[in-house]
Design a protein around this ligand. Structure first.
Ligand SMILES: [Zn+2]
Length: 91
């Protein structure tokens, strides 16, 4: 990875973290899509969903299980690959 690639990865990660944090701030407002997979799978009672290991935000149960498995395998999905961080999903 050269410097430009490194810079781009850092910029994408910073933007992704902001997108996830911005989403977390409004998540309590009856928003039921999962910021990680983008499906409408987050349950009404927010605290009964999985809390992400990588951001202070609730994700659906399937993503919670997937995060746990990926953590165990050492292959987490970077925040920049989350649905909420991908351009167009939240617009
Ligand atoms: Zn999900």
């Amino acid at each position: 990875m050269d410097y430009d690639q490194f810079s781009q990865t850092v910029n994408e990660t910073v933007a992704a973290k902001k997108a996830v944090d911005d989403f977390a701030a409004v998540q309590t407002d009856g928003t039921h899509f999962c910021p990680r997979c983008g499906r409408f799978t987050v349950k009404d009672r927010l605290h009964t969903n999985a809390l992400s290991r990588y951001a202070t935000v609730y994700i659906c149960d399937a993503c919670g299980n997937d995060e746990a498995m990926r953590e165990w395998m050492g292959t987490p999905i970077p925040l920049k690959d989350w649905a909420v961080a991908k351009k167009g999903v939240t617009e």
